[in-house]
Structure formats: C-alpha cells, structure tokens
Design a protein around this ligand. Sequence first.
Ligand SMILES: [Zn+2]
Length: 441
Amino acid sequence: MKTVPLHLLLAQIHHHRRPVLAALGALMLGSGVVAFGVSNPLPDATKWPVRQVVEPAEVPLATAAPTAPDASFLVHQSETTRRDDSLQSLLRRLGVDDRNAQDFLARDATSRLLLVGTPGKLASVTRTPDGRLHGLTVRWVDGNQRVSRLVVQAQDGAYRSRLEQPVPRRLVRFGALTLRSSFYATADQAGIPDAIAAQVVEAFSGDIDFQRDLQRGARFSLVYEAFELDGETLFTGRLLGAEVRNGKDSHQAMWFQEPGQAGEFVSLDGTSQRRAFLASPLAFSRVTSSYGPRIHPVFGVQKDHKGTDYGAPAGTPVRTVADGVVTFAGRQGGYGNYVVIRHPDNAATAYAHLQRIEVRVGQRVQQAQNIGAVGSTGTATGPNLHFEYLVKGQRTNPTRIVGAPSTSAPVVAQVPAFQREAKAMREQLGMAASVAWASAQ
Ligand SMILES: [Zn+2]
C-alpha cells in the first residue's frame, strides 16, 4: 500500500503536548515497550481487530485531473469535524478550494463517511497553497475503540479512496506524580487522562480516602496502557499497576485477571484490593463537612453532624459503598430523596439529598453500583451528598468503615501466573518511580 505521503502528513499533525510528555514518549518507545513486548500481554490486548482494507474505490475524473504537485509546495492542515459541518464548510476550514475534489468527495460512497456519524473526526489535508487537494485523511475512533481511517489520494489523474481499520499499537506508560494539589488536579496537570486517574482511585479505594487522607507530597507511581497510532495516543486502557507513598503509608496494587474470570485490582502479595466498603460513595468529590459537632448550615445552631457531606455537581453519580439490599428509597423530610442500604453485620449506609434515585426497595445492589445522583433535595444549601454509616441502627463516623476486608475477596497469591506478573510489576513500578511527570509543576 503506497501511503507514504499521507503517513508523513499524519506525522505532522501537532497536538498540544507538554515537553515532559514528549520526553516520556521517548522513554516509552525506548524501554517500556520492549520490556512489555517479551512478557505476557494482557488478554485485552488480543482483542484488537486484524488490519484490513474494507473498501477500495476508484472514481476517474472527467476533466482537469489533479496532478501530483511538487511536495515542497504542499500545505498540511488539520481540522476536527463539527456537528453542523457541510462538505463545503469543512473544506473551507481546511483551506481547500477545489471543485473536482469537492465533487469526488460528495459522490464517492467511501468518502461520504467523512461527515456520517459522530462528529469530532480528525480530518487532515495536504493541498497546494492555492487550495487544490492532494490528499485527505480522516481518522476516528468508535465506541468500541475501533479505529477507522479514510484515505483519499490524488493519483494518476484521479482521486482514489479507501477505508482502513488500522490497529493501534499498545504501549505501556510509566511515570510518577508528586501531589501539589488534589489528586485529580495533579494528574490532570501531568496529562494523565481522567479514565486512568479514576482507576487509581478505584485500585486504592479500600486503602485511602482520596478526599481526606492524601498529604501534599504524596507520591504516585503509575503503569498504564495507552494505544497509539501514527505517533499519537488515541486512547488509554487499563491501569496495570500503581503505588502510592503517602506519609508513612505505602500501598501497591496491580490489575490481575485469570483466564475466563473478571479481573480486579490486587495487592502485590496477592490479596484482593476489594474491601467490604469503598472509602467514598463518590468517585471524585471533596468533603465539605465531616462527621461531628458543627453549626448547622441551614438552621444556624450547634448540632451534631451525623454523617459526611461531599460536595459535587448536581447529577454526579452516587455509588453504594458496599454490597447490600435497599431498605428505603424515597422522600424523607429534610433528607429529600433518600436511600438506605443494609449491609452484612448489622451495618447500613444512607445517601441523602439525591437529585434522583435509581434503585427500589428490596433490590440487591453490588458495591460501586450507581444508586442515584447528587442533588439538593430536602434541606440543603446546594448540591451535596449527605452520607451516613449506621452500625446497629446508630449513626457512626463514616471514617471507621475504611479498611475492613471483604469476605468475598479472593486471594490469588497461589496462582502461578500471579507470582510472575507481580514480580514484573514490582520492576515496572520501580521504573515508574524514577520518571517524573508532574514534578515540573
Ligand atoms: Zn450532612
């Protein structure tokens, strides 16, 4: 397949990248990939589709055939397709002023994919300075993370189009973060996607309350999958391993999946990271009011606060912190929309001021299942989740629930593949610790 000019074209697409990430990329390609190339790839990595060309098409042009201009005079330009784009408006933004090209793109069935489906496709052209189209490449990723690439080229007096399904390359990224602000803000500054940050929170959710426990200077080492095409990261995958050093505390976790089973985060000594209770009912939030005495924000009097308040935007998903059965779901005075879930060992948790409720009385729920959304129903000054922990019916300080091991959590230490993977992960976390992502901030 002669796609060299277009690959060059793609190589010239510049996205906003910080210099630290560019340096990291070099490291990834240099050592990280090799290290992982010889170890067992995770099962997920084998699901990528085989490269195939779906539909070649060739439509000859009647008049004024495009010629291959001198490459030194070609302009490269990229745009993202918009919901209200027409072919004309998109070509105009790309600086293409070419009747033949426009006719071809409008007529050719493959090329019509350019503006079909979800907008936000990356369209890149090579064109002459006066707007004649030499080549067009459009790339998009569907909901199943499958990549498609439409390629249109001027060749031998005609445009030709084809649709490719390139297979992204799986890379493993390493790096360390030192907390200067919240975990999410620090991760964001370092260019770590939210999807990875959320998995870090999940991996340590039984060990650390990310709202309360993290100290400034806490250090995270991360190892995660990224999928890259033409030198650019398209999306990230699984968090493979992580370590946190927080004051005197340190925790390590890795993703482990036995064939035919659901994977989960386990500690490097083979015990599940799953706990009976999640540290927080919200994946990402801040505590606005802790358990204990306080001046009530609405009534203005000293009152014991019998729960923990989490501030979060209205609509933020609320998850049950443990497996259980819903015993109340509905309006309850100042609590507004209120859900109570009964857990084993006479424990219960309650969730107040919900914008909406997504469970009903008697329903079995699993840990981390969404039960509703943050709202401000009942007596509330604004959107927040009032969360309660009850032991034998008594409201108890929710910070006490962290750390209790889950009785259903398996131990994988005896699984032979685990020992091998844990050893490799220790080495990778050691490597990650030596790479600074956000220390420049
Ligand atoms: Zn409250």
